[in-house]
Design a protein around this ligand. Structure first.
Ligand code: IDP
Ligand code: MG
Length: 137
């Protein structure tokens, strides 16, 4: 059975008009978009989604950033998609993310307390199921 992951196009990606390019990279890779929506996330959803980061210095800036505009949430499917999407996304810091990745090609540092890095992708099968439950019920 193929795997699924939760992908978010974060508010910087939506505001900069990069949603189409980002989804096109996922589709071009061969993965399937099985659920897709544009949402204004609530603080409650974001605190659940980023629970592992509670207490870190970037936590509140991260929540504020994610509240700053709409987010595109997607369930993406395919064999080894969790690992595959994280490789497509690139490293957390866009400054050092490899060219060829979403963050490396389309992102940069903006001198803020939170790294605005365009996308989220689940990091394990357990995280994926937990996060899909948070965003898609
Ligand atoms: P990931 O998105 O690459 O999995 P995580 O460590 O899960 O990275 O962090 C969640 C998000 O929090 C990141 O995507 C980024 O937006 C932000 N973030 C993570 N670490 C830092 C940091 O050290 N400074 C500023 N923002 C950070
Ligand atoms: Mg993460």
């Amino acid at each position: 059975m193929s795997q699924r992951t939760l992908v978010l196009v974060k508010p910087d990606g939506v505001q900069r008009g990069l949603t189409g390019q980002i989804l096109a990279r996922i589709e071009a890779k061969g993965y399937t978009l099985s659920q897709l929506k544009l949402v204004n996330a609530s603080r409650e959803v974001l605190e659940q989604h980023y629970a592992e980061h509670q207490g870190k210095p970037f936590f509140e800036p991260l929540v504020q950033f994610m509240l700053s505009g709409p987010v595109v949430a997607a369930v993406v499917e395919g064999d080894r998609v969790i690992e595959g999407f994280r490789i497509l996304a690139g490293a957390t810091e866009p400054t050092t993310a490899a060219p060829g990745t979403i963050r490396g090609d389309l992102g940069r540092d903006w001198g803020e307390k939170v790294q605005k890095n365009l996308v989220h992708g689940s990091d394990s099968p357990e995280s994926a199921e937990r996060e899909i439950g948070i965003w898609f019920g």
